[in-house]
Design a protein around this ligand. Sequence first.
Ligand code: UDP
Length: 343
Amino acid sequence: MNGKKILVTGGTGYIGSHTVVELQQAGYEVVIVDNLSNSEADVVDRITEITGNSPKFYKIDLTDSDALREVFVKEKDIFSAIHFAAFKAVGESVEKPLMYYRNNLNSLINLLDLSGEFKVKNVVFSSSCTVYGQPEKLPVTEQTPVIRPESPYGNTKRISEEVIQEFTIAHSGFNGIALRYFNPIGAHPSALIGELPRGVPNNLVPFVTQTAAGLRDQLKIFGDDYNTPDGTCIRDYINVVDLAKAHVAAISRQVNGKMRNSFEVFNLGTGQGASVLDIVKGFEKATGKKLNYTMAERRLGDVEQIYANASYAEKELNWKAEKTLEETLKSAWEWEKKLRNIE
Ligand code: UDP
């Protein structure tokens, strides 16, 4: 038990909950702050069932700085905050940009403000490869230029990274790590936690599992005329448990004081690109389920292909993705089955 206390905002969400499990299993004490706007309270019980250890939970909206202050007052000696809590629906952000800027940026500003006031010295930020847009050169390294993302959602990620970087410059001794996720998929092997999309899923794998479960008639593959080997878009799909472990590695780096800079960025991916058809075929192979799918129009705003060069995280964080795509797709299906009571 190393006992250090980690504040996890958005800790009942998809990546947050998996990270809480890994943190507890690595011996950290976890305090979750979440407003349950896109998650369920029973996730805390599920986490407890997996780890045998109940994380503290505060149902708080991070835009409410007084409420957040109460947490900092009560929870002394927070070592680092891992900041997941944010709105994340790309399409919705295009329709409601102010809602996205207001929520995602004010939450971060409140968190940093109180971190400064209460002498919390570290933050780990949940960023995204969306900050690279469609890069000219693949795979994407941390030196690949950041562009202005197409969606307000993506732009909140870019701006948040800059806000954290500038905060570290202004506050000597404060450390920031931004983790740029590629496409997180799959679920915990216990099938007790996983992704819980509300309504019709926007993301590929939840749509696939819901189609296999009979909740959706048919998967539409958005575009088969891209300049890729099979014509469908390419992404770097990363197992959510592997991804969660990278957060523990980032916290260890802060604990050990091994940062090269007050603000650092890491790509978190597998280093392998997979097409939409690879996912469909991989899912069928991993689960033995036939998937009903059809080719459809391109989706507005999709980049053709993106995948990570994951070597910097391997070198500096001593972390790399370990699970295979097939076992990850199987875990997504096990989770969906459990959710829908399918045998
Ligand atoms: N996709 C698809 N049908 C769907 C959902 C997604 O063909 O119902 C494709 C999408 O066009 C993209 C890939 O799957 O090429 C991954 O999409 P997702 O929304 O999961 O992630 P992102 O676009 O953010 O990388």
